[in-house]
Design a protein around this ligand. Structure first.
Ligand code: PMP
Ligand code: GLU
Length: 387
């Protein structure tokens, strides 16, 4: 079959692939420890599940408006005001099938063929592929480990060309857990505003920030940034609702209208029952999130100490999300060899850094139980001595 050029070089998601391979191996009886998961291991909180059951029983099972039901859009407007100091009108919100879908629709809407989108490396695996499908060109800038994997405003300015359309900022970040400070974002915002570059701010890990780190929405810095930014968020990570598929975006009215039209002709509305549950999640207290967060902090501290005690491996302590990006360059293996051999020889699944744009690293998720983390690290430390 003739395949359209647009998708010919599209790759599958390495995060999803390895996670499902590990699950399959487990099912077939292999005792695999998986650090692959890009989703919290906790169950969705009971009060959210109950509201979905109620929605079913009450017959809330039909199409809603494509861009989301009015009550949910209102709850999102209030959330963005309360948590992020962002003032949006419901007409500036689109509810999508996960934040991934929001990001995809934004890129489809703002990119013309050859438009450049700046992506800091390490990046979340789907950004470059989404840019590709939108026929844009991904331009990479390296966030160095010595700067906690963050890019600087200077690097950003240097990468701007005539065709630059947007910058993707992901804070807290997947896979590094880095969190941009308000000052760092201000400097980046000044450059974006100066050159009129759109910012796509992926804030899906917003609620998972640790120690003294604080989450700041770049659109909240000034009016100009508000008019240039798409703020993207979702329920997957904060409420442990990855399978429910609810994400959302907020942005400039004219672009949001087009995104809503795109959704009209592609997916229609997100699942009505999940939308009802999302209203409950966003309008109730953050107590359930705080419980998960406490557990994540414990696991993070443990995993960081254990890895740094292994000769040849090192990590910096992430300030957000639930991943560590582990430097393997001293082992002499590239990330694919490392991950493949670790899985075959020690039955531990990790994600090779190459999928995130850096072959000297592997990603480990600590969204798995402490016992599994202990067991996995015992295996890794034994295995690393043998290679
Ligand atoms: N952005 C980042 C950085 C992510 O890690 C994820 C996780 N899949 C997403 C967006 C998408 O999340 P979802 O589609 O489940 O809302
Ligand atoms: N965001 C998660 C991860 O990075 C889920 C997988 C995916 O959507 O690609 O593992």
């Amino acid at each position: 079959m003739k395949i359209a050029c647009r998708v010919q070089s599209l790759t599958s998601s390495p995060t999803l692939a390895i996670t499902s391979k590990a699950k399959q191996l487990k099912k077939s009886g292999v005792d695999v420890v998986s650090f692959g998961a890009g989703e919290p291991d906790f169950d969705t909180p009971v009060h959210i599940k109950k509201s979905a059951i109620k929605a079913i029983n009450e017959g809330f099972t039909k199409y809603t408006p494509s861009a989301g039901m009015p009550q949910l859009k209102q709850a999102i407007v209030e959330k963005l005001k309360r948590d992020n100091n962002l003032q949006y009108d419901p007409s500036q919100i689109v509810v999508s099938n996960g934040a991934k879908h929001s990001l995809y629709s934004i890129l489809q809407t703002i990119c013309d063929k050859g438009d450049e989108v700046i992506i800091p490396v390490p990046y979340w695996v789907s950004y470059p592929e989404m840019v590709k499908v939108a026929q844009g060109k991904a331009v990479f800038i390296l966030g160095e480990e010595k700067n906690k994997f963050k890019i600087t405003a200077k690097q950003f300015e240097k990468a701007i060309k005539k065709k630059t359309r947007a910058l993707i900022i992901n804070s807290p970040a997947n896979p590094t857990g880095c969190v941009y400070t308000k000052e760092e974002l201000k400097q980046i915002a000044d450059i974006a505003a100066n050159y009129g570059i759109c910012v796509i701010s992926d804030e899906i890990y917003e609620k998972l920030v640790y120690d003294k780190a604080e989450h700041v929405s770049i659109a909240s810095l000034n009016e100009k940034m508000l008019s240039l930014t798409f703020t993207v968020n979702g329920l997957s990570k904060a409420y442990s609702m990855t399978g429910w598929r609810i994400g959302y975006l907020a942005g400039p009215k004219d672009a949001v209208l087009k995104i809503s039209n795109l959704q009209d002709h592609s997916t229609s509305c997100p699942n009505s029952i999940a939308q009802a549950a999302a209203v409950t999640a966003l309008t109730s207290s953050d107590e359930c999130i705080d419980k998960m967060k406490k557990e994540f902090v414990k696991r993070r501290n443990y995993i960081v100490d254990r890895i740094n005690a292994i000769k040849g491996l090192s990590v910096i302590k992430p300030e957000g999300a639930f991943y560590v990006f582990c430097n393997i360059s001293k082992t002499g293996l590239n990330s694919l060899e490392f991950a493949q051999r670790l899985l075959d020889e020690a039955q531990v699944a990790v994600i090779p850094g190459i999928g995130f744009g850096d072959d000297h690293y592997i990603r480990l998720s600590f969204a798995t139980s402490t016992e599994q983390i202990e067991k996995g690290l015992d295996r890794i430390s034994k295995w690393v001595k043998l290679i």
